[in-house]
Write a protein that binds this ligand. Structure first.
Ligand SMILES: *[C@@H]1O[C@H](CO)[C@@H](O)[C@H](O)[C@H]1NC(C)=O
Ligand SMILES: *[C@@H]1O[C@H](CO)[C@@H](O)[C@H](O)[C@H]1NC(C)=O
Ligand SMILES: *[C@@H]1O[C@H](CO)[C@@H](O)[C@H](O)[C@H]1NC(C)=O
Ligand SMILES: *[C@@H]1O[C@H](CO)[C@@H](O)[C@H](O)[C@H]1NC(C)=O
Ligand SMILES: [Zn+2]
Length: 437
């Protein structure tokens, strides 16, 4: 700030600017998201009986808690751990209730606003770039991610081609990167991240994957084989409107941002909006719910754009991979029913090897299996839809962690999370290139 040494008159004109700068640098002076999470708590509930689960559902509905494991209040069940985000004015009521009913609970976060402002997952004042260029170990805003894509499209045109598959509800471009050595008849893998806005580690992983591919294409025979034999269609941010909103207004926003003609609540769960057992079990018909399936299948322009793209290219798309958080699971169909898919053993062995490969990096354990029995039943998901539409290998990753940080996974954990996930994705991809045993 060398202008401090200048004559008084000039310093005075610079001062307001300088204060503005300082304000954005120091957490004490401004509150993120307009201080809306002050006093909010995150509480882990463990109902041990059916009765406890029943009364918990009732009170959670009344207090308008936000379930941090997606699925809505209906997912609360006996023996299942559920993390809920309770608004400040409801937390005392919930705690009193839990104590009186003698239901097991832990307070994971005492004051959510304080956690958000503590630093590590803060967008406002960190350096966006490392010395050597792009910083892959911070979360990036939508604008930063799109600029990054444009940049790669210019600088790596040999391996990357960027295009748009449509527009979001709010008119943003839906960009996809096509990654791989140019060649005519190649099979392809589709990867999307950020279907759910608040799951920030997803887009960070999609970026990481692209970085690793470009960085190791020459030196790593596995990566070279992947990019020579396959195309990767990578959509780093599926739900662009929601992701943007999670940076500017509501860190825990999950859905799209579309308006509803009859209710004031906005948004549809982009992972319940697909035409596969649409709006059945595990999805809500109510526009104010986090798992709202939408007014009709593919009502969301983002879902429709991706569905159109996959329909058009399904003949050569071999695998569909979708990245979510959090739970540490590797899931495959079905989501909407308890049943095993045909050729189950093939997909199962791919999942088994992938979670083993993942664990070999930092010892992190992933569960794997059909989504319905491993996580919960949900209808209208992208994974089931892709499978039903002829893509034989479809998986959904639920990345770190299991609830300690939840959606607020610190930036220091981006690198370990992405490193281990990278190995799992490479393992699945190599499995595809071989004939399924
Ligand atoms: C908490 O505040 C919100 C918004 O101010 C209100 O809609 C809600 O009814 C309140 N909840 C309780 C339990 O007082
Ligand atoms: C990516 O680059 C190609 C050619 O280099 C250009 O035609 C295309 O429009 C670019 N994509 C986007 C989305 O700008
Ligand atoms: C199961 O595998 C066989 C042999 O590889 C294949 O012909 C068939 O299409 C597969 N079925 C499904 C549903 O993927
Ligand atoms: C995939 O992971 C398994 C361990 O689960 C390992 O034995 C195998 O070599 C890996 N394959 C590739 C191609 O990385
Ligand atoms: Zn998700």
């Amino acid at each position: 700030m060398k202008f401090f040494g200048k004559p008084r008159s000039q310093t005075a004109t610079f001062l307001p600017l300088c204060l503005l700068f300082l304000k954005s640098l120091s957490p004490g002076h401004s509150h993120l998201y307009s201080n809306r999470y002050a006093g909010d708590k995150v509480i882990r509930l463990t109902p041990n009986t059916e009765e406890e689960a029943f009364v918990l559902k009732k009170i959670c509905h009344q207090l308008k808690v936000d379930l941090w494991q997606p699925g809505g209040v209906s997912q609360i069940s006996q023996g299942t751990v559920t993390d809920v985000h309770v608004p400040h004015n409801g937390s005392q009521a919930l705690l009193t209730f839990l104590q009186e009913a003698n239901i097991q609970y832990n307070i994971l976060i005492e004051d959510l606003q304080k956690v958000l402002e503590k630093g590590s997952s803060l967008p406002a004042w960190r350096s966006r770039r490392s010395l050597s260029g792009y910083n892959y170990e911070v979360y990036h805003s939508l604008e930063e991610i799109q600029n990054w894509m444009h940049h790669l499209n210019k600088t790596h045109s040999g391996l990357i081609h960027m295009f748009s598959i449509g527009k979001s509800y709010e008119g943003r471009s839906l960009y996809v990167l096509k990654l791989g050595r140019r060649s005519q008849l190649k099979r392809a893998v589709w990867m999307d991240c950020g279907i759910h806005a608040r799951e920030w580690i997803g887009p960070a992983f999609c970026q990481w994957f692209v970085k690793e591919a470009l960085l190791t294409y020459r030196s790593d025979p596995t990566m070279r084989k992947m990019l020579n034999h396959l195309y990767f269609y990578i959509m780093p941010v599926f739900n662009v409107d929601g992701y943007h909103f999670s940076w500017t207004n509501d860190r825990f926003w999950r859905k799209t941002r579309s308006r509803n003609s009859r209710f004031h609540c906005r948004g549809v769960d982009a992972n319940r909006n697909w035409r596969v057992k649409w709006c059945d079990e595990g999805a809500s018909m109510h526009p104010c719910d986090d798992t709202y399936c939408g007014p009709f299948p593919e009502s969301e322009p983002e879902v429709k754009a991706v569905a159109n793209f996959l329909r058009k290219h399904r003949k050569h798309i071999t695998a569909y991979l979708s990245f979510h958080a959090y739970a540490q699971m590797l899931l495959y169909p079905y989501s909407y029913k308890y049943a095993t898919i045909p050729n189950f053993s093939c997909v199962e062995s791919a999942a088994y090897k992938a979670v083993n490969a993942l664990r070999s990096v930092h010892g992190i354990q992933y569960r794997y299996g059909p989504a319905s029995s491993t996580l919960y039943v949900s209808s209208g998901s992208s994974m089931d839809w892709a499978y039903k539409n002829g893509i034989p290998y479809t998986f959904a990753f639920e990345l770190r962690d299991t609830g300690h940080f939840g959606f607020l996974l610190p930036e220091t954990l981006i690198k370990p999370t992405c490193t281990e996930t990278m190995l799992a994705v490479k393992n699945i991809t190599m499995h595809l290139l071989k004939k399924c045993p």
